[in-house]
Design a protein around this ligand. Structure first.
Ligand code: ZN
Length: 253
């Protein structure tokens, strides 16, 4: 397993990606397929959110590719391990080793989901094989009735431990109390029943103990060749967190 992981890291070019990958199309991708870290939950786990309700595959693959989405995913996993967990552990005062993931299926059509399934399967494969210890809890919210069929298709792809961490819930009245039991109101985006409204949108703020100010670093347009984009890459590329990551405002909320 360890050897397989080493082999995969080499073939995928993980170290090189961490050094040089720039997800310059992030603002475009965000319109169709937001995927982002945003604050931490009450036990200090970074919260990771994906929404596939606005998914427009044609528009998505006009601005990026499956390969780049997967490369971005891996770079994010690496910075999750090298920076986010460290910062969250320091902020909460005990070791944090996993994330809380929210997958929002609101507004998704079955046909759209079927179109994105290749990416989802590839992403799931990477997650459970090469970053197996990262997922603490997984909430699939706004699950439409047809999702039962989709879930039946996905479940065999998941190992038992992963599958046991997955909670599938329906609309706001069902998922809000569940999420708010795990995440402070102030840290949960307003769209999900919390109170957070980040400037420029929660999905592009990358706010959390690893980036207490949140904000603009992450926003780059496809044509953007400015220092903003490279500053972001440096930030993601494993720069050690040196300043105190504690943000009292957020933590005490
Ligand atoms: Zn926010």
């Amino acid at each position: 397993m360890l050897l397989a992981a080493e082999k995969w890291r080499k073939e995928f070019g993980v170290d090189e990606l961490v050094r040089s990958f720039e997800f310059t199309e992030i603002a475009e991708v965000d319109k169709y397929y937001p995927q982002y870290y945003h604050h931490m939950d009450k036990s200090g786990r970074p919260v990771y959110i994906e929404r596939i309700g606005n998914l427009n595959m044609k528009a998505l693959y006009a601005c990026t590719s499956q390969e780049r989405l997967l490369q971005h995913l891996v770079v994010e996993y690496e910075s999750f391990l090298s920076q986010r967990l460290t910062a969250c552990s320091a902020a909460i005062g005990h070791p944090v080793e996993t994330s809380l993931t929210i997958l929002d299926l609101g507004g998704v059509s079955l046909s759209n989901f079927i179109r994105v399934k290749d990416y989802v399967f590839a992403a799931t494969h990477i997650g459970q094989n090469y970053y197996p210890e990262c997922m603490g809890a997984f909430y699939i919210i706004n699950a439409p009735w047809a999702f039962a069929a989709v879930w039946a298709a996905i479940k065999p792809w998941l190992d038992e431990v992963t599958a046991s961490k997955v909670n599938i819930v329906g609309g706001p009245s069902a998922y809000r109390p569940l999420l708010l039991a795990q995440i402070d109101k102030a840290c949960l985006p307003k769209d999900f029943g919390g109170e957070c409204v980040c400037e420029g949108g929660c999905s592009l703020s990358d706010v959390g103990p690893w980036n207490p100010q949140g904000g603009k670093l992450k926003v780059a347009t496809p044509a953007d060749d400015s220092p903003t984009a490279s500053a972001l890459t440096e930030k993601i590329a494993g720069v050690t967190v040196t300043e105190s990551p504690v943000n009292g405002q957020v933590l005490s909320a």
